[in-house]
Design a protein around this ligand. Structure first.
Ligand SMILES: Nc1nc2c(ncn2[C@@H]2O[C@H](COP(=O)(O)OP(=O)(O)O)[C@@H](O)[C@H]2O)c(=O)[nH]1
Ligand SMILES: [Mg+2]
Length: 180
């Protein structure tokens, strides 16, 4: 039996808790508190982390950790990334790539776990195709080797496709590591 630890990163309100809840079919543990950040219209926010444990076919387990996104919690990111097999970085199509904090999460991964397989999900695309394209262009320049896909984290089929892509990246990485 193998365990796969996967970390979900991204800014406040991007859909991290939603993704973890969707993938665990509402079974995840969440530590929500009243949001004290008035710039974000959200009543509750994650103060520690989301945690979900999923049984995979074949007996493997997937442990999903949603990190608190706020920069004041950045000390937690390397701790959560330690021993992770993969990461999902979520970005919000409603925010401008240049002003969003995506670079901060990618930098944290580059420092704490430079060869970690990473997949990027662009949430809140809804019908906003130009916003998705703007993010794809930005990511092409700043993280050219990472798969990028639109994601509504409330939708199980989309969440599964994202996980599938990440799991294949993880499998590839495992093969590379064996060859070394
Ligand atoms: N319309 C829309 N709403 C979304 C999407 N992703 C997340 N949300 C909503 O955004 C809110 C905040 O999501 P949450 O998972 O708590 O964000 P977190 O701070 O990253 O954990 C929730 O009410 C979600 O249902 C999306 O792609 N489209
Ligand atoms: Mg959350």
């Amino acid at each position: 039996m193998r365990e796969h630890k996967v970390v979900v990163m991204g800014p406040l309100g991007v859909g991290k808790s939603t993704l973890v809840q969707t993938l665990t079919q509402g079974q995840a543990v969440a530590t929500e508190a009243r949001n004290s950040d008035p710039s974000v219209g959200k009543e509750f926010t994650t103060v520690a982390l989301d945690y979900g444990d999923i049984a995979l076919p074949g007996g493997d387990r997937l442990r999903l950790y949603g990190t608190p996104g706020q920069q004041r919690f950045s000390y937690l990111w390397p701790i959560l990334l330690a021993g992770a097999q993969g990461a999902i970085v979520l970005v919000d199509a409603g925010t401008h790539p240049g002003t969003a904090q995506a670079a901060m999460y990618l930098q944290a991964i580059a420092e704490a776990a430079p060869r970690l397989p990473v997949v990027i999900g662009v949430t809140r695309c809804d019908d906003n195709l130009p916003a998705l394209r703007a993010w794809e262009t930005w990511l092409q320049m700043h993280a050219p080797s990472l798969p990028v896909m639109p994601l509504d984290p409330r939708q199980m089929p989309q969440a599964m496709i994202l996980m599938d892509v990440l799991m294949s990246q993880i499998e590839c990485n495992a093969m590379v590591t064996i060859d070394e």
